[in-house]
Design a protein around this ligand. Structure first.
Ligand SMILES: [Ca+2]
Ligand SMILES: [Ca+2]
Ligand SMILES: [Ca+2]
Ligand SMILES: [Ca+2]
Length: 473
């Protein structure tokens, strides 16, 4: 019998933290917007000075003035200035142990509202929790499962078809009991696939039913068909060899435009040749040796893991790929532009940096691509990790932050422009963050937590769950 625990009675003491974090967040957003404004004003003043020096003749100045405004505005004219406001709430700082992951958002109890799910593979406390939202600063925690056989990989889907979310963690799934106070039954669907790092669901063979995709660097990259009776062993299909991380959270989509779902894994993509997921052809995407010189010194292969998201970023009908360096500090975030298919049946790519070569960013073990401001251009969100060897700055001396890169659309030169927004700068990081509209206001909220927290964090080294409530205008 699993003990269920409610945080409800202990929550009043926590609201003080929330208020504090809100204050810091607002303060920081003000600083950021002031900085951008001051840069724009300075640029504008410099332009005016140049114009005055060159064109003293009366009557000409007005014409030039119009050009000046156009010059200042042109990179941004497709997208007016967007303000993003997120209120930060620590919804749990009483966690025990580390190795928290297996994150997802799903309606677990059928009331139309998303719950947050996460699990730990830590030996001292290997549990699966469900957090139910009540108000932004108050959530209730339920313990629904034990001993998930996984590394980082876990997600939620409705396996039994009753409208309630069931959890898959590594090689087991947990059947929703119908009551978050009652433990979920644990069912092993596969005996031999240890150490799953990436685990997602997607319809791989195009039959309208969700399949499971897993990658473990102890085995390989594969997908499973879920049988009509999900308590039977699931049907395994191999895709190719594994790297540590590189298909999560959304490394799936039709890359070559033939209607069949392909799989993108860090540095390569696997073509679903026959469409039914039984034959895969490997194609090069691009190197993942993107870390700054020195960042990989003395680190093993897993340090080159990435996060991957397939989406049409520039709106030309071809699926592109957004990726970031996931495991250690010193990486970057970029997108691979799909330049279309060539005669030999593969796809040409061009890499575009979004951020990270001008500073030492923290490890970005999170990626979400979605439209945060409703202009139909997909924006990009990540968080730096609160983990000692992955915190940002040389030697990890900076605080981890959450970022949103606003997609400004194709600019005057045909390339995409991005505007960087720091959406949380409170010395709490993120790992395997998820996003969805939790509060029902039509805006995407974000939830993050650390893998293992650093003693340098704002909570004196305690682990936490952080809710970023999207209250943007
Ligand atoms: Ca719900
Ligand atoms: Ca395809
Ligand atoms: Ca595209
Ligand atoms: Ca957008």
């Amino acid at each position: 019998m699993i003990n269920t625990k409610s945080l409800k009675s202990k929550l009043p003491g926590r609201t003080d933290h929330s208020k504090l974090y809100c204050f810091f967040l607002k303060f920081d957003l003000l600083k950021v917007s002031d900085f951008i404004r001051s840069r724009m004003i300075r640029f504008s003043i410099q332009m005016k000075c140049c114009i005055c020096l060159l064109f003293i003749i009366p009557g000409v100045t007005l014409t030039i003035q119009a050009q000046e405004n156009e010059l200042v505005d042109s990179p941004f004219k497709h997208s007016p200035q967007t303000t993003f406001n997120f209120n930060a709430h620590v919804i749990d700082d009483e966690l025990i142990g580390g190795s928290w992951a297996q994150t997802s958002l799903f309606d677990m109890d059928g009331d139309g509202q998303l719950e947050f799910i996460m699990g730990a593979r830590d030996r001292v406390n290997n549990v699966i929790y469900v957090y139910k939202y009540e108000i932004p600063g108050r959530w209730t925690r339920y313990s629904v499962g034990e001993e998930p056989p996984t590394d980082v990989g876990g997600t939620t889907l409705d396996i039994t078809g009753n409208g309630l979310g069931d959890i898959v963690s590594g090689t087991a799934w947990y059947r929703n009991s119908g009551d978050l106070n009652e433990p979920f039954e644990k069912i092993i669907y596969e005996e031999d696939n240890p150490g799953i790092h990436d685990l997602e669901v997607h319809d791989i063979n195009g039959n309208g039913r969700l399949d499971l995709i897993t990658m473990s660097d102890q085995t390989n990259l594969r997908w499973y068909q879920i049988p009509d009776d999900p308590t039977e062993p699931w049907v395994r299909h191999d895709i190719g060899e594994a790297v540590h991380g590189g298909i999560s959270p959304m490394g799936f989509g039709d890359i070559n435009g033939n209607g069949y779902t392909d799989v993108v894994r860090a540095d390569v993509w696997f073509e679903n040749v026959t469409g039914d997921g039984t034959e895969w052809r490997k194609h090069k995407l691009g190197t993942i040796k993107t870390l700054l010189p020195g960042a990989l010194n003395g680190l093993p292969d897993w340090a080159n893991g990435t996060k991957t998201w397939v989406a049409d970023i520039n709106g030309n009908g071809r699926n592109d790929v957004v990726q970031c360096d996931a495991e250690v500090r010193g990486g970057s975030i970029w997108w691979m532009e799909n330049l279309g298919e060539t005669e030999n049946g593969t796809v040409k790519w061009r890499r575009h940096l979004i951020a990270g070569r001008d500073r030492v960013m923290g490890g970005m073990h999170s990626l979400f691509v979605g439209d945060f401001n409703g202009n139909n251009l997909p924006d990009v969100v990540t968080a730096e990790m609160d983990l000692d060897f992955a915190r940002p700055g040389v030697d990890g001396n900076e605080n981890p932050r959450y970022f949103l890169w606003e997609n400004l659309g194709p600019s005057y030169d045909g390339l995409l422009s991005w505007r960087e927004h720091v959406i949380a700068d409170i010395n709490l990081g993120g790992h395997e963050i998820v996003a969805g509209d939790i509060t029902g206001n039509g805006k995407l909220d974000i939830i993050g937590k650390p893998w293992r927290p650093s003693s340098k964090n704002a909570l004196g080294g305690r682990p936490y769950v952080l809710f970023l409530h999207n209250v943007s205008p």
